[in-house]
Write a protein that binds this ligand. Sequence first.
Ligand code: GBH
Length: 456
Amino acid sequence: MIFPEDFVWGAATASYQIEGAVKEDGRGQSIWDIFSHTPGKVADGDTGDVACDHYHRYRDDIALMRELRLAAYRFSVAWPRIQPDGEGEINPRGLAFYDRLVDELLTSGISPYVTLYHWDLPQALEDRGGWTNRDTAYRFADYAQAVHDKLGDRVTDWATLNEPWVAAFLGYGNGVHAPGRRDPGEALRSAHHLLLGHGLAARRLRESGAGSIMLVVNSAPVLTPAQVNDPSAVAGEADAAAARRIHALLTRQFLDPAVYGTYPEEVLAAAERNGGTAHIQDGDLELINAPLDLIGINYYNPCVVEAGPGLPADAAWPGSEGVRFAPADAPTTAMGWPIVPDGLSRLLVRLSKDYPQVGLMVTENGAAFDDVVEDGRVHDDDRVAYLDGHLREVHRAIEAGADLRGYLVWSLLDNFEWAEGYRRRFGIVHVDYATQERMPKDSALWYRDVIVRNGL
Ligand code: GBH
């Protein structure tokens, strides 16, 4: 099973999950500093204060990437390192870190993929309403410009936002993520302002000569229970309607405005029921519809739903009234997420048909398992099987005609898994947090061989 010659192989991380050094070189606070230090918000009271100490160890980490033969490394920039107050003055010491990181990557022959926002909003902006405040979108565009001004001579591949669905609906909807607010109307408004921020930033990046601009979404095929193990199962009308609505709320809410400048009617209906649509101003959709090179897809598991007459909306899913979120008949990871590899090919083929003018890249895929260190090794056959199964589906999607440019595993390192803290390990490289020692798991060595062969 050989992949296209120019297929990009790599790994991904995010600033707050790996950097640590939260008080260094003038970094301001982010909503995740405040949230993780609030008792009861993160498992075991974990915080990103030290994380993988990547801020100090990036050289060694890049040496490791090189040993693993990665061609690409996707990382995110911490906005509060660049603008401690979220606006105005640029902090040169914060920018300098990413400058060193990019230079070290390029020297090592690894292409940097820069994500501008992976959820660490400056707390100073949250104090003014965060993403519920329209002004945050404009502040984001200014910040994006500042980062591009510094790195744009060497970085060609840019992503604006990581998973705006999660930022809006877990951050402001069910409150499981920072800033921990719970209001369906605020969540929908935040989603719109995130999109506006994307459009404004994408335009600024384009004008500044950025090579490639991407929006990264968490997406999933939305299936009925019977479709999990039987892709050809035909759903009844009520179940099919539930699945269509959830697909609109999860994926089309972001990709339709970005690619076509339109909102699905399901999103407008959800807004109507939760405070109205006044936050969607004339001209916004045109701004959001900025030319896009790539859609980044983060895939972990399918979304399984059926009709649930009379059920209220889930807090993370305003507009999901009458839908039941159902378990999947499939084995699960340590997160409890079902393992359905062919969900990835089903998703990629569908997106390549729905958005044919934009290329696709798998920007995250991976799994947490209960790793065991034995004689200084982690024999994570479960993770190898997960990755192998999903890569076969990536290959299948390419054969079916999807314009798929690359695959980035989540994650390079075990790291701070948001509300789950350090107890959930997604890395292909094990991190001993007591010593900060890194040790490639069997999955990392397996992945290196896949990259070298450009195939399975
Ligand atoms: C990604 O998010 C992140 O980008 C990354 O930072 C993170 O570490 C990684 O994945 C692993 O979690 O059906 O309401 O229960 C994953 C986002 C989206 C996963 C929503 C679980 C379930 C939503 N996720 N999803 S719900």
